[in-house]
Design a protein around this ligand. Structure first.
Ligand SMILES: Cc1cc2nc3c(=O)[nH]c(=O)nc-3n(C[C@H](O)[C@H](O)[C@H](O)COP(=O)(O)OP(=O)(O)OC[C@H]3O[C@@H](n4cnc5c(N)ncnc54)[C@H](O)[C@@H]3O)c2cc1C
Length: 474
């Protein structure tokens, strides 16, 4: 009898008879894909080209019933399962190596209830799918900065973006989820049903089951905002960082400003003479009244002599794709992150010191201003916590697979991270953790909420079926 070898829960290789697989597949509305099947390559291609994992098979569910069937199958056969949303996780958590990957991308429905101001979102959606559907009604959920990112992974790890200062973490707008837990049961969790599970899902990652629907509260946003980016030569860094600090200290919640230093890409919006030279960039989004936005952004637009100023009125949906081209799929990526309580001269000096003689074409350190509505909630309102964070700091490197620059870039990121870590709140963003982060880093992401998360994991997933994630062991 023929069989397929599939990675088991303990990392062992298990023989699964073809007949057993066929019986399982026959009951699926969706697809079971083997490596040679059409669609397998697409389902296993991740944003971070550095990840080399390959599942034995991919399941593409059409419905919650398909997910239940798959979870019962992997549990009964003690097989490793991973869940793929948008495939953007830098650590490659979407894929099981040799096991089964549940690729949620076919479940892509977005249903907007304009009157109730709610969106029902399928777990296969990326941010752009949701932004486009909600903006048809002048509404938005608070999602992230790059439109190809998966809603599922972003939300389950907490989520932040241009609207965080107004509405909090993405999970602060989460009203309800439908989830298939390890026992194969379909639950609806909210603030009034399975409250403990819902609390854990608001930041605790993919540890608790397969989410088959997210329900988000929506807000009136746009459809036009004032946003874009502005770039100066890095020789002006000191003045620009000072301006950034003033902006952060005085900005209304409608204004989010991001600052980053890097070497200039060969982008058409920059003068050719600047390509490859050190620059400092501010990315802004003002989602309030447009006249007020113009006034609030005037000090930024009139500062110094920018190389390029692309700040203007644009559709919110366009603002949400502004940074897409800077994050191409398939390149190699390595990041580290910390949450920061604020800005200081010392921090800026340390920040600037990381760029002396930096030759890498795409390495950057990004500071995202996120303070505001986060602190309207108690620290233990949801697993995400980290509500004293004023900024998220992300040290990022990107290189072409064939460039051979991996070791040098990873060393640069680690060294900049060591230098900047003393300015951290002590917390870091679980969704930015790479595959070489220690378990201790995961504990640090949740801090005081970790113990409670582990207890909820024990209740809903005692055998740790959902372990291809930043794992919280039961
Ligand atoms: C270019 C880029 C930009 C980013 N920008 C932001 C940003 O602005 N704000 C922000 O907050 N984050 C941002 N992130 C981080 C992002 O939130 C994480 O990478 C997140 O994991 C991506 O989700 P995904 O669905 O694409 O990931 P995947 O790699 O598909 O999955 C990641 C994890 O989520 C779990 N998961 C996925 N779907 C489900 C499901 N249906 N049920 C249960 N678990 C599930 C998986 O188990 C896995 O552990 C960015 C990442 C990238 C690469």
């Amino acid at each position: 009898m023929s069989h397929l070898q599939i990675t088991g829960l303990g990392g062992d290789r298990r023989d699964i008879a073809s007949e057993t697989l066929d019986t399982f597949a026959a009951g699926l509305g969706g697809q079971l894909l083997h490596p040679d099947d059409e669609g397998f390559a697409e389902a296993t291609l991740l944003w971070n080209g550095m990840i080399k994992k390959r599942p034995a098979i991919v399941i593409r569910p059409q419905s919650t019933d398909d997910v239940v069937r798959t979870i019962n199958f992997v549990r009964d056969n003690e097989l490793e399962v991973s869940i793929r949303g948008g495939g953007h996780n830098i650590a490659g958590l979407a894929l099981s190596d040799g096991g089964i990957t549940l690729d949620m991308s076919p479940m892509k429905a977005v249903e907007v209830d304009v009157e109730a101001r709610l969106a029902r979102v399928g777990p296969g959606c990326n941010l752009g799918d949701v932004d486009r559907a909600t903006q048809e009604h002048g509404l938005a959920a608070g999602l992230g900065f790059v439109s190809a990112t998966g809603v599922a992974g972003l939300t389950l790890g907490g989520g932040f973006g241009y609207l965080t200062r107004r509405f909090g973490w993405t999970v602060d707008d989460l009203e309800e989820v439908e989830i298939v837990t390890a026992d194969g049961a379909v639950q609806r969790a909210s603030r009034t049903a399975h409250e403990d599970l819902f609390w854990a899902l608001r930041g605790g990652g993919g540890n608790f089951g397969v989410v088959t629907e997210f329900v988000f509260r929506l807000h009136e946003v746009g459809p036009q905002v004032m946003g874009g980016l502005i770039a100066w030569p890095a020789s002006e860094a000191e003045g620009v960082l000072d301006l950034y600090r003033k902006t952060v200290e005085s900005a209304p919640p409608e204004l989010t400003a991001v600052v980053l230093r890097r070497n200039a890409p060969p982008a058409p919006w920059l003068p050719e003479s600047a390509h490859g030279t050190p620059i400092i960039v501010m990315v802004v989004c003002h989602s309030g009244d447009l006249q007020q936005a113009q006034a609030d952004l005037a000090p930024i637009k009139s500062h110094g002599e920018p190389l390029a100023d692309l700040i203007g009125v644009k559709d919110y949906v366009a603002q949400q794709t502004l940074l897409d081209a800077t994050q191409p799929k398939g390149m190699h990526y390595y990041w580290k992150s910390e949450f920061l309580p604020g800005l200081s001269d010392d921090l800026f000096a340390t920040y600037n010191a990381q760029f002396v003689d930096l030759k890498a074409p795409a390495n950057q350190i990004v500071l995202f201003h996120i303070a505001g509505a986060l602190s309207d909630h108690a620290e233990d309102d949801g697993a995400m916590g980290n509500r004293e964070a004023a900024l998220a700091c992300v040290i990022q490197s990107m290189w072409a697979p064939e460039s051979g620059a991996g070791d040098a870039n990873r060393d640069w990121v680690r060294s900049a991270w060591e230098a900047l870590k003393p300015y951290s709140t002590g917390g870091n963003y679980v969704n930015f953790q790479t595959d070489d982060e220690t378990d201790e880093r995961t504990v640090e992401s949740y801090r005081d909420n970790y113990k409670r998360l582990a207890a909820i994991k024990s209740k809903y997933d005692p055998s740790n079926l959902f372990r291809v994630n930043r794992n919280i062991p039961p």
